[in-house]
Design a protein around this ligand. Structure first.
Ligand SMILES: N[C@@H](CCC(=O)N[C@@H](CS)C(=O)NCC(=O)O)C(=O)O
Length: 211
């Protein structure tokens, strides 16, 4: 791509519908921050803004709106788009299927991180019901814990890929929304790795907050 075009693509603002608490939106913001891509952040509370379905019919954040008005979702697709647009290396190249290397490892890790985050989000949302469905809620917590156990046994890549970013954003959400869950003491390697991940400027700039 000619230099001027790649510069232009970095300065044009893309609109990201998201909020400060979502672990899925955070992944996108981390990638954009690392690649110097400007995003216009449009704070969105999907459950209170039914009109948001005009942007994403599924009613979920994040959603990315491009210059021509076209919309990209969900977060794995947005992250890959931003990575491509910013010339990043967060999605390692194709290889013959070996689940423990390259693209497949990073994609499975992303699925693991997103799955932990999704279960944690469900656990939190269900807990706000007047009569929470306890068995279903307990199942969400089991998924969080089982996922974190796998992460404890994982050899993470350095520099991080989209997989490491997804796991770190999921843990960030767990630490933020489930502060009473002691996820660290039985997972010392994961805790030490997560502390190092939190030092990345992009992670510091996107720490979760109440939306
Ligand atoms: N698979 C989606 C999950 C997104 C998601 O679940 N977002 C939540 C916020 S953390 C949401 O918008 N929930 C509103 C709803 O489900 O109606 C992604 O990776 O983008």
């Amino acid at each position: 791509m000619p230099c001027t075009l790649s510069w232009l693509l970095k300065v044009i603002e893309l609109k990201l519908y998201t909020n400060a608490a979502t672990p899925f939106g955070r992944k996108c913001e981390v990638i954009a921050h690392e690649l110097g891509l400007k995003l216009e952040i449009i704070k969105t509370l999907p459950m209170q803004q039914p009109e948001f379905r005009r942007i994403n019919p599924l009613g979920k954040i994040p959603a990315l709106v491009l210059e021509d008005g076209s919309v990209i979702f969900d977060s794995p697709v947005i992250c890959e788009y931003l990575n491509h647009r910013g010339g990043g290396k967060f999605f390692p190249g194709m290889n013959i299927f070996r689940h423990n290397t390259g693209r497949w490892k990073s994609q499975v890790l992303q699925a693991l991180g997103d799955g932990i985050a999704e279960a944690a989000v469900n656990y939190v949302i269900l807990g706000r019901e007047p009569t929470p469905p306890e068995a279903w809620r307990a199942r969400q917590l089991e998924a969080v814990n089982a996922g974190l156990d796998v992460a404890e046994r994982t050899k993470f890549a350095e520099p991080p890929t989209i997989g490491e970013i997804a796991i770190a954003c999921a843990i960030g959400y767990v630490a933020f929304r489930l502060p009473d869950l002691d996820w660290k003491s039985s997972r010392p390697k994961l805790a030490a790795w997560y502390a190092r991940m939190c030092d990345y400027p992009a992670m510091r700039a996107t720490e979760p907050k109440a939306p």
